[in-house]
Design a protein around this ligand. Structure first.
Ligand code: NAI
Length: 739
């Protein structure tokens, strides 16, 4: 049966546009007589015009509905109700909707900014509702809507005046619900989200267009119908979604002991318990709340300090529907990911690589001879497969996406990632843990290229409020984060993210609007869209790769991080590193705030000599080359005298040794960075001078049989780069003539 309003008189305040207009049209379409109130002001409350209300009245009448206009301010509540009485003889429903904005950061909020907002929203709703109240009481029917806002419920930057008035309306509604109940006057509160002139300055245009007021008005219409018995409810509504909110209270802790003063120290010592939402309760009226407090008085007398307060039957435990066994048995179809160099490059840019650093070119230019995929790209195919929308459809897992936090990530590579191809990821739930207030889900993804296992990902996801299902707390399958050693870091790299870092990173496939859409972020607890945790993860990983592995992806073995705090695009990341053998412990801070963003992190590297056989294979290291001995000796000398040589030489030299006209080995002597180093095989760092020479000619040079200049002019020795540096190199080579 349709919900009709024949014979009912409805006042909608601020109905000349936005949400109010839609409510007015909806009520009129269902037979109500509507007073369309609007002062016709601008969004800040300035100006005045009758045009807005008139237009909506005309619209309603054109469709055969009944409506009159009223142009008074809601502050003159009596006049609005009088219009209803004069025109239609009664008032049944009041929708308090009129509103303005005067957003300012708190210290800049003037008296007028504060007063106007409170006058229009809170006092206006009071004036209008009070004028209607006795009429409703007499007729034993009334339905009232208050319009609050997420800004009031959760707080929002620059809206102290508005938030306080909006949450004031909830307090007003709560009391009216109590007072009105016995007279069949119901008062409910909505916190809507819709595109309107109020939101067009904070939302992108297509969001304004898509979040239609008609996705809010059906809730208002239902709450105002005589069939609806809801009273004192608070609802978030928008985009076609409606949810009810309520208060949640921890079990708390009694911190006072009989005949002893209550101390702040006792509060401190019980803090965790005071704030622990395990087995929380949901008091729904003041009697329940007060009754509990009064009960505490006698419990203190009974000596129950620190006692566990009894859980209410509505605890989280009775509500969670997690079933680890069912979830872990569920077979998910594999996720397929096809990509080419474009995705690799886009990802590298997304995690902050730039052509400013010549070392980065091998990850940014598909024509580079060593073009490679960043190792942490390995999370992308698995992320798409594991964290996609399918989680909610796994049997045994009961989650609300808005409550899901990506807690930790582990990635292990078994071979360097190809720069193009099709990867298939097999996904499964490894464990579901019960952490009391929340649940922890551990998913894994095994990613294959053909039959070959390329990488393994483990995602740890925290679901707020989903605990208490009686599961185990820990898992032996979890890859645990590790604290860094207790000493100052061995190396620190600081690098800024850009303002558009998240906008760029999301193009690699994480489309969560939390990272781009200010209004979506504001609906969460974030002032602005935040950077993807996996983007900071990519930054940290490449800092390690550059610092400890010369950007050689074949050295990368595994990485583990815990996402501790969000990073905002534009902030700088400070990656602190501790080398412990082949494990590099990592902590990543936001430089501006000192907050730890990635904690318990580490990167495992393959030892330099064990670089992936695949890479070594590209440049045959041809056993039996005489030059091998010379380079081995150079390596030893660098170990002994590295710092001194770096001071003297200050250059990076690469040697391409040929045998029978073919490239047979490559060596790079770095006498520029740190205390010098020798590298065998492909080198991705910046080289100042590259020599190409045959094994035999090389030996002739080092043994003094062939003068380097002569070798150069005769074409036996080719040199590319900063030739002047070759003079310095002679210092080392000459020593080897003694070999
Ligand atoms: P809107 O600006 O389109 O509509 C508000 C209307 O109220 C305007 O037509 C304005 O002329 C009228 N008005 C302002 N002061 C008045 C007064 N003193 N007397 C009579 N009318 C007056 O804005 P929108 O978005 O439709 O907002 C409607 C309500 O919903 C407001 O209370 C707003 O705070 C609330 N809200 C809206 C959200 C959204 O996403 N659009 C989010 C949260 C709350």
């Amino acid at each position: 049966m349709s919900l009709l309003f024949e014979g009912r008189v409805v006042l909608v305040t601020g109905a000349g546009g936005g949400l109010g207009r839609d409510y007015a049209l909806a009520f009129a379409a269902r037979g109500a007589s509507v007073v369309v109130n609007d002062l016709g002001v601008d969004t800040a409350g300035g100006g005045r015009s009758s045009a807005a209300a008139d237009k909506v009245v005309q619209e309603i009448r054109a469709k055969g509905g009944k409506a009159v206009a009223n142009y008074d301010s809601v502050e003159d509540g009596e006049k609005l109700i009088q219009t209803a009485l004069d025109s239609f003889g009664r008032i049944d429903i009041v929708v308090n909707n009129a509103g303005i904005l005067r957003d300012r950061s708190f210290p800049r909020t003037s008296d007028l900014d504060w007063d106007l907002i409170h006058r229009i929203h809170l006092r206006g709703s009071f004036m209008v509702t009070r004028a209607a109240w006795n009429h409703m009481r007499k007729q034993k029917f009334g339905r009232i809507i208050m319009t609050a806002s997420a800004a009031g419920i959760y707080g929002n930057f620059g809206q102290a005046n508005y938030s306080s008035a909006k949450l004031g309306l909830l307090g007003l509604a709560n009391s009216l619900a109590v007072e009105g109940q016995k007279h069949n006057i119901h008062c409910n509160t909505i916190a809507p989200v819709a595109g309107s002139r109020l939101t067009e300055t904070v939302m992108p245009p297509d969001l304004v267009a898509s979040l239609k007021p008609e996705y809010v008005s059906p809730l208002v219409v239902w709450l105002c119908h005589e069939q609806c018995q809801e009273n004192g409810g608070l609802f978030e509504v928008g985009a076609g979604w409606i949810a009810k909110l309520r208060w949640e209270r921890t079990q708390g802790s009694i911190v006072r002991q009989k005949n002893k003063p209550m101390t702040p120290e006792a509060v401190r010592d019980q803090w965790d318990k005071i704030c622990d939402f395990t087995n929380s309760v949901k008091p729904s009226n003041v009697q329940e709340s007060m009754g509990f407090v009064i009960n505490v008085l006698s419990r203190v007398e009974d000596g129950e300090a620190g006692a566990n307060l009894t859980a209410a039957p509505t605890s989280a435990a009775s509500e969670s529907k997690m079933n680890p066994t069912v979830a872990m048995e569920h077979k998910m179809p594999p996720g397929v990911f096809t990509y080419d160099h474009v995705q690799c490059i886009l990802y590298a840019l997304g995690v902050g690589m730039s052509t400013k650093d010549p070392d980065h070119l091998r990850f940014l230019y598909e024509g580079h001879p060593d073009f490679s995929c960043l190792p942490t790209f390995g999370v992308i195919p698995a992320h798409l497969a594991v964290m996609g929308g399918e989680l909610i459809s796994i049997p045994g897992i009961d989650l609300d996406y808005t409550q899901v936090l990506h807690g930790e990530q582990y990635l292990e590579l078994y071979k360097p990632l190809p720069t193009s191809g099709t990867l298939t990821t097999e996904r499964s739930v490894v464990d579901v843990l019960d952490k009391g207030s929340g649940a922890v889900l551990i998913f894994e993804g095994k990613t294959y290229s053909g039959d070959e296992l390329v990488c393994y990902n483990q995602f740890t996801v925290f679901v707020v409020g989903a605990g208490g299902f009686g599961g185990k707390r820990n898992s032996d399958k979890a890859k645990a984060p590790l604290p860094p050693p207790k000493r100052a870091p061995d190396a620190v790299v600081i690098e800024s993210t850009t303002r558009d870092q998240a906008a760029l990173y999301r193009l690699s496939g994480d489309w969560n609007p939390l990272h781009i859409d200010p209004s979506f972020a504001a609906m969460g607890t974030f002032k602005v869209p935040i950077l993807h945790g996996l983007c900071s993860f990519g930054f940290a990983a490449r800092h390690v790769l550059k610092h400890y592995a010369n950007n050689d992806p074949s050295r990368f073995k595994a990485i583990k991080v815990r996402f501790a705090k969000p990073v905002l695009p534009g902030q700088s990341l400070q990656t602190e590193m501790w080398k412990e053998g082949n494990r590099i412990h990592v902590q990543c801070k936001v430089k501006e705030t000192g907050d730890v963003a990635l904690s318990g992190a580490y990167v495992d590297l393959h030892p330099a000599s064990e670089a992936s056989p695949e890479v070594l294979h590209k440049v045959p290291q041809g056993g039996g080359l005489q030059s091998e001995l010379v380079f081995a000796e150079i390596g030893r000398r660098i170990k002994d005298l590295g710092s001194e040589l770096v001071k003297k030489v200050n250059g990076v030299f690469s040697w391409e040794i040929t045998k029978d006209g073919e490239k047979a080995a490559q060596w790079t002597i770095d006498l520029k960075n740190g205390s010098g180093s020798l590298h065998k095989g492909p080198y991705s760092g910046k080289v100042d001078l590259t020599f190409t020479v045959s094994d035999e000619d090389f030996m002739d040079v080092v043994t003094g049989k062939l003068m380097p200049q002569k070798a150069f002019f005769s074409g036996k020795l080719k040199a590319k780069g900063n030739i002047m540096l070759s003079q310095k190199l002679e210092v080392i080579l000459k020593d080897h003539a003694k070999l």
